[in-house]
Design a protein around this ligand. Structure first.
Ligand code: AVJ
Length: 317
């Protein structure tokens, strides 16, 4: 097993600083969702995936379980690359099904500690597999992904929805140019669903998503020496019907001034002011199919759960 680091903690800090500066000085204020996933944030996200209201993870998991053998049979990859692999169990379903074909598994993540732990566990459980962790920021570059061997890139969980539309087009076409003919993309995407299903998934009764959202303020406090008071922000989940995405927002409960000392910024929040911390776009089958097409992919298979909430696409170059 190896871990290749293509982004240093210093570069990540630099990205955070640039992101935070442009986001926090915009109107309305926003932060990039990447910063939700420090150690605590990743833990909270793992808890979210177990909530009764949060259907995407278990819906995708069921689709993977049901169709992993078809996916393996269709793509027959030698190498599985998983973008934003985190700590999840879904990888194992895929690895088990792909066993006859793959020799190498490449989990990619922005967090080195989370990735190292996952790589160690997987090397123990899959001794015949070469596991090559890649620490990088896939929103910046995909050039670091190892080549050599017939690859399948898995981008699961619906994280494709975190991109703004223009970034998404750029990301998919970049991925399209990185992959060679007959290499595959396995994409998981949340679909447009009724609001009485969607809103609770992003604003659960137990308040775990609210805690996850507010945790981003602690990340900024720690890494940029800021003085956000997370208790003075409430979590909101707001559906944008025009763009068909759900937004997580933090709403200031009172007027306040926040200092971000590392950036030399003094921010004023009005009472009730909302700051966007994540967009999570939901898709229609024809729309995302067209986007894959335009990025140079051919959709070979697509699967949707019985409630029409989540889709898996297997597309080849
Ligand atoms: C991990 C990005 C797919 O957008 O549903 C969960 C993150 N945000 N609850 C999503 C998330 C709020 C999640 N993704």
């Amino acid at each position: 097993m190896t871990i290749d680091v293509f982004i240093t903690p210093e570069e990540l800090d630099e990205t955070l600083r640039a992101d935070a500066r442009s986001g926090l000085t915009s109107t309305p204020k926003r932060l990039s969702p990447t910063w939700l996933y420090d150690e605590r944030g990743s833990e909270l996200f793992d808890q979210i995936t177990l909530l009764p209201e949060y259907y995407p993870t278990r819906t995708e998991f069921a689709l993977l379980q049901e169709h992993a053998a078809d996916i393996a049979e269709a793509a027959k990859p030698e190498m599985l690359v998983e973008l934003g692999s985190g700590s999840s169990a879904k990888t194992r379903v895929l690895l088990d099904a792909l066993k006859p074909y793959i020799h190498t598994y490449v989990p990619q993540d922005v967090s080195e500690p989370a990735l190292s732990a996952a790589v160690r566990r997987l090397s123990v459980d899959y001794p015949e597999l070469t596991v090559r962790g890649v620490v990088s920021d896939f929103t910046g570059s995909l050039e670091h992904l190892p080549a050599g061997g017939h690859r399948m890139v898995a981008f699961l969980g619906g994280t494709i929805g975190n991109f703004a539309p223009a970034e998404r087009v750029e990301f998919l076409s970049h991925l399209g140019t990185i992959l060679n003919t007959d290499e595959w993309l396995l994409l998981g995407a949340g679909l447009v669903v009724d609001l009485d299903v969607l809103i609770p998934a992003y604003d659960d009764a137990a308040g775990v998503t609210a805690e996850f959202d507010r945790n981003v303020l602690r990340v900024v406090n720690r890494r940029l020496d800021a003085d956000f008071d997370p208790d003075k922000f409430v979590h909101r989940a707001v559906w944008d019907a025009e763009n068909e995405w759900i937004e997580m927002r933090l709403e200031a409960t009172e007027a306040m001034t926040v200092h971000v000392r590392e950036l030399d910024l003094e921010l004023s929040f009005a009472a009730g002011e909302q700051m966007c911390t994540e967009i999570s776009a939901k898709f229609r089958l024809d729309g995302i199919g067209r986007e894959l097409d335009e990025a140079g992919f051919t959709v070979r298979r697509e699967w949707v759960d019985p409630d029409g909430r989540f889709a898996l696409f297997a597309a080849s170059r």
